[in-house]
Design a protein around this ligand. Structure first.
Ligand code: AMP
Length: 583
């Protein structure tokens, strides 16, 4: 297959901001592909060769890509610097220079998908002293044979920033349209939620249709999208919603870990599907030791503890997120894991079983030790019992409680937030609202003391229905000097020359960013806003919801991907919760 056919599709996708149009461009294209190529092209559309959780990634630095472009086009470094300052996107620079090229090399041949995949695979696996040089030459070798549009997307694929605005939800829509009907969309999405592998779902669907996707199971080694909790403003509302009876667990303040335990290996994934095995080698080894099954997938919260075994606040466990010096961190910051769910045991998929059954299975399957424990859980039958349990949780330095449904429908809903689990935290009693995890979509140049830096950021929440990031506030408070100075390093690699098609904004910043970096923000209140686009016209005609007096808490949520930030629906429910609290 010719790579130009793929690049042309990416180009058409980039030219539209309508999700419906993107879906139909993709689905028409998908229908004509063989299943193996479809799988690979789905990964390429996300700037990858493999699913997100795969350990290796292309991730070439911009500087290296620029070197490959200058090597291919025969352009001086100073000219490249000039172009880089102007464009800020290696893809655009490659495209411009390939257009200006008088003629392609005499030996130039049309690029095929196979050739592109071969070189990209070598780039992904290049290691050792001269690996940078090798990567640069492998990319240049492809650029030699590229037309301008092909070059644009080659440079975007290797940096992992495609800028075509089509996320996983659009691909799932397109897969349903190409190989099934609208009604099949939830089954296809479940396939993705339990495997986290869009390419695999696409291939399975193209080979065996929706029936094959329905038979997909959770598997050790494929992380599962985590189930998330809704929130309510009081224990009595929680008990009402749960029908007067539910399980309550302590809500520990640590890092969520999904452990995939195999006969002789264990992998730990974060809720963002990053491999964290090297951060918690002690937990991985102890889980293997205490697990009575050959294979299992469990979830738990890893919490830092002091010398006497008492739980410490979240900040302490983040020392375990380091890249280097882990041996020392393991010694300095001991942790425990509190297990709360089991998703598979010896290849038996537990995700569709009710919570009570899963909890019994968890108890049966694991021995306990100092390091491996179960969350404290009790069955609660009244608001008074709930309040009592909540107070005991706070006494043990927990954040609050998780209420969990015990009904027959209380399955593990991979990748979704719902009322089967409801969280209730100490903050809910005190402040108007919980904190927000918002994604940076733009910045405003600073003035006065902040001249020459970014002075404020435009922040957005994710609308999981439209797939867009909708603005909720301009954030300029809570930044210390070090954070202000470090902002360009953190953000500039996501600069976008134009208003990104996935961002829904009326407030126009000085610079745009592709939605990537997530910051934790607190605010005094959620209010109706004439300028912000979150929940536009839902609570009131022509008004959206915005945050009043937003402040950065100092916490960059590196553990969350952009689609995992606070959603517009959550902000609506917090707005309603705030109204009830005020009443
Ligand atoms: P939040 O991050 O505020 O949305 O709260 C949900 C998170 O609480 C989960 O992702 C877990 O990391 C954490 N957590 C702590 N204790 C529990 C528990 N007993 N059950 C489920 N999640 C828990």
């Amino acid at each position: 297959m010719l790579y130009s056919d793929i690049a042309d599709v990416f180009d058409r996708l980039e030219g539209t901001s309508s999700r419906l149009e993107m879906t139909s461009i993709f689905s028409d294209f998908f229908k004509g592909l063989d299943p193996g190529s479809l799988r690979k092209i789905v990964y390429l559309s996300q700037g990858r060769l493999h699913p997100d959780f795969y350990n290796a990634e292309l991730g070439m630095a911009d500087k290296l890509v620029l070197r490959a472009i200058s090597f291919t086009a025969g352009v001086s470094e100073s000219k490249m610097d000039e172009l880089w300052k102007k464009e800020g996107d290696p893809g655009k620079i490659a495209e411009t220079l390939m257009k200006n090229r008088k003629q392609a090399s005499l030996f130039s041949e049309p690029l095929t998908l196979e050739k592109v995949l071969k070189n990209l695979t070598m780039i992904e696996s290049a290691e050792g002293r001269d690996s940078q040089d090798k990567k640069m030459k492998l990319l240049s070798n492809l650029l030699m044979d590229s037309n301008p549009v092909e070059a644009r997307y080659l440079c975007r694929i290797v940096t992992g920033r495609m800028r075509i605005g089509a996320g996983s939800m659009t691909i799932l829509d397109a897969l349903a349209e190409a190989f099934g009907t609208k009604e099949d969309r939830p089954d296809i999405e479940r396939g993705f939620n339990i495997t986290c592998d869009l390419g695999f779902v696409a291939e399975t669907l193209a080979i065996g249709g929706v029936e094959a996707v329905k038979k997909m199971k959770v598997t050790v080694g494929n992380p599962i999208k985590v189930m998330l909790a809704e929130r309510l403003p009081s224990i009595s509302l929680i008990m009402d919603r749960m029908g007067g009876r539910c399980a309550m667990e302590f809500k520990y303040d640590g890092i969520r870990v999904q452990a995939h335990i195999d006969r002789d290996s264990v992998k730990l994934y974060s809720r963002r599907l990053e491999d964290m095995t090297s951060n918690f080698p002690d937990i991985a080894a102890e889980l293997r030791k205490q697990c009575r099954a050959e294979r299992a997938i469990i979830e738990g919260e890893c919490v830092a503890i002091d010398k006497d075994g008492n739980m410490l606040p979240f900040q302490n466990v983040t020392h375990r997120r380091k890249k280097h010096g882990m041996d020392q961190a393991v010694e300095d910051y001991p942790v425990k894991i509190f297990m709360f769910d089991i998703l598979s045991v010896d290849d038996e998929d537990m995700t569709l079983r009710p919570l009570g059954e899963r909890r019994s299975k968890l108890n049966e399957t694991f021995g306990l030790s100092d390091m491996i424990q179960l969350t404290t859980m009790e069955v609660v039958n009244s608001p008074e019992e709930g309040e009592d349990f909540f107070n005991r949780a706070l006494g043990k330095k927990c954040e609050g409680i998780m209420a969990k449904s015990l009904s027959q429908e209380s399955v593990y809903r991979a990748g979704s937030r719902g009322f089967l689990w409801i969280k209730y935290k100490k903050d809910y009693e005190e402040a108007l609202t919980d904190s927000f995890d918002l994604v940076v979509v733009g910045a405003f140049h600073g003035r006065g003391k902040r001249a020459g830096k970014y002075g404020a950021l435009l922040m957005a929440a994710f609308d999981d229905e439209s797939g867009k990031y909708c603005t909720v506030c301009k954030l300029g408070t809570g930044f210390d000097d070090a954070f202000l100075a470090g902002m360009p390093d953190m953000l500039d690699e996501y600069l976008s020359e134009t208003h990104p098609s996935t961002v829904d904004a009326e407030m126009i910043p000085d610079v745009w960013f592709l939605p990537t970096v997530i910051l934790e923000v607190v605010a005094a209140e959620i209010s109706l806003s004439p300028i912000h686009t979150a929940a536009k016209s839902i609570m009131k005609d022509n008004a959206g919801l915005g945050l009043r007096f937003p402040r950065f808490t100092g916490r960059v949520r590196e553990d969350k991907g952009p689609e995992e930030c606070t959603t517009v629906n959550e902000i609506i429910s917090m707005f309603e919760m705030q109204a009830q609290n005020k009443a």
